[in-house]
Design a binder for this molecule. Structure first.
Ligand SMILES: *Cc1c(COP(=O)(O)O)cnc(C)c1O
Length: 502
């Protein structure tokens, strides 16, 4: 099925067609669940059927961009077809295909990387090895860090790294972490020379910005504000917007968000959470996973209760999120947070919105005062929800991990911790919790409640402006796509041989 999305063609692969026997029809029926065999079969559909389908549609891409290892059979199939068709050695075809292949790894978390038992790979791809003229161990070597270790499982990320001449992580820090993680693939090189770079993720501002703010950006910066955001005069124009205008617009968006949360939030049996539009409101919405530490705030419940219920300076927190269906730790953390909404100490101060999706995300990033992110450094590859929130005027309060490690400059948000990681996660968690409380108690709350005669928090608004001016131009999808084109796609396309270019 091919569909137009904007100016791109999206092709959807579905095995549920009449010609297929029942056991094949169910292969694309569900994303998670199922065993390793189903998983590798799905990845064969994605990579191998994907390449064949493009050919059948007469689409011959100049550059193949793999996102995560799941699609890494694609360059393998390309090389196989080329070697078989032109009668050249597979190794030569594979090297040539790699020149036009870009690979982006998206997580340093081990569970995010697929590994398969060697027997399963041979069972499923023996035909490909035979067709490509590869001995079984040669096929397996493509997915092994140590090609001579017969016990090593076959890793899709290793296959992707061996099949792409250009590879990158999704933030500067994640690039460094990835070079360390995969250094063994380049035994002759030092960590700094491992050929994995980075392109930091960015968000598509028009999809996440509140309509009121798009109008505002256009009013103050001109209709072409998206391209102008990076220019020095844009920074001046932002600085020149009246604080009261910014603050009133933010209040409006915040009230809308709180009304939405009140309608949808979970609390004591059917009792609605009454959130306070005047209270400092912290948003936390993302996939629930252990490394993101959604319960870090609750490390010291009494201290948190004092913070949330301080007279005249109330603080409230809105949570949303889902756990991966196979992540039991994530589900347990989610239940803990839901239980906190029922704790009498946090009455009307902690809300949880169910069924996290793009609509929930949009509301929360558009109306929160502060966007909180508490990953255990350096496990967050990039993180993008904070970028969405910053565009909408929230101040980001985060561990110096992912994009925030390169974005925070001391004046455009808040930092938790000092950017150091401890080898013992328990020590790391205790330190970060302490730092989180200190930042909230000592910086965030005082700044938010420091008001002028008209009730406007001037220093807070100044920080909102600095956040938009310094982060807006850097963390957009526009900048990200430009980086991919200049650093990855054009060099990869230039490396093509004439046979492959057609
Ligand atoms: C932005 C977004 C994410 C990713 O958020 P991170 O901060 O990168 O974890 C996940 N799910 C939804 C619905 C989102 O909108």
């Amino acid at each position: 099925m091919a569909r137009g999305v904007g100016r791109a063609t999206l092709v959807l692969l579905d095995s549920d067609v009449d010609e297929n026997p029942p056991e094949l029809r169910r292969l694309t029926g569900q994303l998670y669940g199922g065993d390793e065999r189903l998983r590798i079969q799905q990845e064969i559909i994605l990579g191998i059927a994907g390449i064949r389908l493009l050919s059948a549609l007469d689409i011959h891409p100049g550059v193949l961009h793999l996102n995560e290892g799941h699609s890494a059979f694609a360059p393998l199939e390309r090389a196989r077809a080329w070697a078989a068709g032109d009668g050249i050695p597979f190794a030569v075809a594979h090297r040539e295909v790699a020149q036009q292949t870009v690979f982006t790894t998206h997580t340093p978390v081990q569970a995010g990387h697929d590994y398969f038992p060697p027997e399963l790979v041979l069972e499923q791809l023996g035909w490909l090895a035979r067709d490509a003229g590869l001995a079984p161990h040669e096929l397996l070597a493509l997915g092994r860090v140590n090609p001579n270790d017969e016990h090593e499982r076959f890793c899709m990320t290793v296959l992707a790294l061996r099949s792409a001449a250009r590879a990158n992580g999704v933030s500067a820090l994640h690039g460094r972490v990835s070079r360390r993680m995969w250094q063994a693939l380049w035994p002759a090189r030092g960590e700094g020379e491992v050929p994995i770079g980075h392109v930091t993720n960015g968000v598509h501002a028009p999809s996440w910005l509140a309509p009121q703010l798009s109008t505002g950006y256009a009013h103050y910066l001109g209709a072409d504000w998206r391209t102008r955001l990076a220019s020095p005069d844009a920074r001046e124009a932002i600085a020149g917007v009246a604080d009261a205008v910014i603050w009133e617009t933010h209040q409006l968006l915040k009230r809308r968000m709180l009304a939405y949360v009140a309608r949808r939030s979970m609390a004591r049996a059917n009792e609605v959470v009454e959130l306070d539009p005047a209270a400092l409101t912290i948003g936390f919405a993302r996939r629930f996973a252990a490394y993101k530490r959604p319960t870090l705030l609750f490390t010291d419940g009494d201290r948190l209760a004092r913070l949330l219920n301080a007279p005249g300076r109330p603080v409230q927190i809105v949570f949303a999120g889902k756990a991966h269906p196979r992540d039991d730790d994530g589900k347990r953390l989610l239940q803990l947070v839901v239980a906190m909404t029922r704790d009498p100490r946090f009455r009307n101060r902690v809300a949880f919105v169910e069924d996290y999706d793009y609509s929930v995300a949009r509301h929360l990033v558009q109306g929160s005062d502060v966007w909180l992110n508490t990953p255990r450094r350096p496990a967050e590859a990039c993180g993008t929800s904070g970028q969405k929130a910053v565009f909408n005027g929230a101040l980001h309060c985060s561990v110096l991990d992912g994009w925030w490690a390169e974005a925070f400059d001391g004046t455009n948000g808040f930092a938790i911790g000092d950017g150091h990681a401890h080898s013992d996660p328990a020590v790391q968690d205790a330190r970060d919790a302490e730092s989180l409380y200190r930042v909230l108690e000592g910086d965030v709350v005082p700044l938010f409640y420091d008001r002028d005669a008209d009730g406007v928090p001037r220093e807070w608004v100044a920080r909102m402006k600095r956040a938009v001016a310094t982060l807006g131009p850097r963390f957009t999808a526009d900048r990200m796509v430009r980086d991919y084109v200049l650093q990855c796609y054009l060099p990869a396309a230039g490396g093509m041989s004439s046979e492959m270019r057609r």
